[in-house]
Every structure is written in structure tokens, then in C-alpha cells.
Design a protein around this ligand. Sequence first.
Ligand SMILES: Cc1cc2nc3c(=O)[nH]c(=O)nc-3n(C[C@H](O)[C@H](O)[C@H](O)COP(=O)(O)OP(=O)(O)OC[C@H]3O[C@@H](n4cnc5c(N)ncnc54)[C@H](O)[C@@H]3O)c2cc1C
Length: 395
Amino acid sequence: MAAADDLNVFREEARQWLNDNFPSSLANQRPPGIAGFGAKLSGDWKAWQERLGEKGWSTPTWPAEYGGGGLTPEQAGVLAKTMREIGAISPIGGFGTMMWGPTLLDVGTEEQKQRYLPDIIRGNLHWCQGYSEPGAGSDLANLQSFAEDKGDHFLLNGSKVWTSGALEADWMYGVFRTDKSNKYQGISFLTLDMKSAGVEVKPIVLISGQSPFNEVFFTDVVVPKENLIGEKNLGWDIGKRLLLHERQSIAGSSGDDDVVGGSYDIEQVAKDYIGMDGDKLADGAMRERIAEQKMFAHAYALTGRRFSDEAAVSGPSAAVGILKVAWAKDNQNREEMLIEMLGNRGLGWEGDGFKESEIKTVRTWLRSKANSIEGGTTEINLNLVAKRVLGLKGY
Ligand SMILES: Cc1cc2nc3c(=O)[nH]c(=O)nc-3n(C[C@H](O)[C@H](O)[C@H](O)COP(=O)(O)OP(=O)(O)OC[C@H]3O[C@@H](n4cnc5c(N)ncnc54)[C@H](O)[C@@H]3O)c2cc1C
């Protein structure tokens, strides 16, 4: 059978399965939270999570032997499109599916893959990422949290910061110092149970009153030796590989024009708040900026899709830093435009005087400021692209 015929057969199979398993009540609904990222779902969302996880289509291209979908990138593309057509969104995600699972597939032992992957695929466990420390952000290899080798276990002391979702997390993966005399070759990649004695999580309260980040303190935490991923003192390369997957997933998650446009219909916001002059937007300059943004978003979506397809075959490359920088720039640009369109309605933070959508726009605009910091700052990504992609010296 020709490849195109194969894909048509798969398209029918996917349609049928979705028809039988996707609750129609959830069509075009966004999940109330993400399983695998702290949310405990209920009702139809829980049923959808269980069915999707059982089928392995929450991670379509992961090997079937660990519970993944076992699909080819082409089939995964067909599945994604078929899900979009009926407004079916996966409620399973988070650090596990985005970066930790893909890294484990690259470097984990058979036993480690069997141990961790099935729960990631089903969204049963929530993972957090223990990388940044007070003195180790961009210069991550400066990390000091020390996991002392005690023979049959490591004894961990130190702290992490900006740990997203640590309060809800079941487990942490991260990079920890195991040799104080060697900066890069003295780092190991470990997992740890967040319920271990000696782990303390302190939420960092933001201006919004929310606490998406935390400080995590370790005092004499016993980490079993079996939680070491890769070899002792050789975790730096694993840590860096995970960051490539992180950037790839940030870039790939936006590989769809609809998603790049955010959850707002930017043209509709413009019409509502700026108004129309006949069949044209009344503000000519904003009209031009919207056209530019949409062209950029479309080009970005196509490039993001190409990067995702290539990564599915040969793994993520350092070039994904280009996409991460472009994603942050586009997202921040779009949020700025939305705030400008709102005029003085874009001053609302809370209270009855503003619509819910206006308050949400303001909060999302402020959140977008972090886009050029999270997943590696724009400056650091540009440095990496200069060094690893363009081969420029002196960076
Ligand atoms: C929304 C969000 C979620 C996050 N979630 C997590 C998480 O779950 N787990 C985790 O471990 N961390 C997380 N972080 C932390 C994040 O990884 C760091 O904030 C980031 O790596 C930058 O480190 P820093 O904040 O220490 O800034 P610094 O490294 O101190 O950088 C400060 C400024 O200096 C610039 N700079 C630094 N070095 C250079 C250089 N060599 N050349 C040019 N410019 C440079 C940077 O670009 C930046 O503008 C999160 C951050 C954000 C914003």
C-alpha cells in the first residue's frame, strides 16, 4: 500500500477512535488544568485523560512498549489535525511529556524507562524541574546543591529557586553537584520523591497573588542510588539535552496558526476596541501591525512544524534556540498590541469596572514578560545560536 493510502487508513482509525472516546461535551473546551502539571481532573475530563493515556496518544510518537502511541511523525500529524477538527485538546502535559520523558527516551536505561514513562504518558505523576539556584540561572553549571555520595545513597543539601509547580509536584528531576572540584564534570542528574523527608517547598507569591514558582530546600534528603540518570558526575550533558527538548517543546507547542494567535482573536479585539471605518479597521497603523504579526505568526507556525518534524526523526538541535527567541518576541509583541488596542480598558487589574476578558488580557500581558526569561533567556539563546549554529568565535 502506498504511504498516502496508509495515512488515509490511519486517519479513519483516528476518527473512529476519537468518535468513540472523546466526550463531545469537551469539544473546543480548554482543560481546567493539565494532568501531569498539578491538576486532578474529574468528570468527563478525567475520563478523557484516562482513555487518551491508555491509548498512548497523549505522547503519539513515543514507543508503544512504554505505553506511548508508537505512531510515525506523519501519523502523529494526522492525529493532531483530526483532533483539531473536532476541537479535542489533550489534558495531559507538563514537564514530564514536554522534556523529561523525551530526555529519558534518549539517555535512560531500559529499567528507568519502564519505571517512569508509563505514568508520564497517563498524566498520573506531576514532575517539577530542579535546575535554577540563587547563584545559578544563566550560568547553570554554577549550581551548588550538593548530593554527597554515601555509598548506597546520596545525601542532598542545598536549594533550588523558581521551581514551577513544585508545590503540587510528586517528583522532581534536576541537576545537582556531586563533585565540588569540577564545575562541569561534577554535576549529576537525579530524580527525587518530593515527599522525601527533608524537602521543604516555599511558594513565591507574585503581584497577582498567585504562586506558580517556589523555593525548594533540601536538608539531608536521602536520594537512592537508583535515582541517578546516566553516570555520576556526567549529568551536565543530560541536563543540557533536556533544555533542548524544553525549547523544542515551547517552539513546537506553537506550531499551529491558531495557537500562535493565542487564545484571543486579535482582529476581533481590534474591531471591538478600535472600531471600523467602513470595512477597514479605523487605525491604519494598527491595521499594518496586525498584518505583520499575522504574517510572522504564519511563517513561525510553518517553521515550528518543520522543526518538530525534524526533531521527531533526529532529536532537537541547538538551532531550536532561534525558534525560542522568535516565539518570545512574537508572543510579547502580540500582547503589547492587545494592550494598546484596549486603550484605558487595558489598565484593569481587578474589580467590577472591567470585563473579565480585559483583566485577563492585562494579566496575560504581564505574564508574557517572562517569555524571554523562561527556558533560557533570549540573550543566552542568542549566544548559543552564535556559537553552536553559526560557529562564531568569541561567544
Ligand atoms: C516563567 C518562568 C518559569 C521558570 N521555571 C523554572 C523551573 O521550573 N525550574 C527551574 O529550575 N528554573 C525555572 N525558571 C528559572 C529560569 O530558568 C531562569 O530565570 C533563567 O535561566 C535566567 O536565570 P536568572 O533568573 O538567574 O537570571 P540571570 O542568569 O541572573 O540573568 C540576568 C540577565 O543577565 C543576562 N545574562 C546572563 N548571562 C549572560 C551572558 N553570558 N551573556 C548575555 N547576557 C547574559 C540574562 O539574559 C538576563 O537578562 C523559570 C523562570 C521563569 C521566568
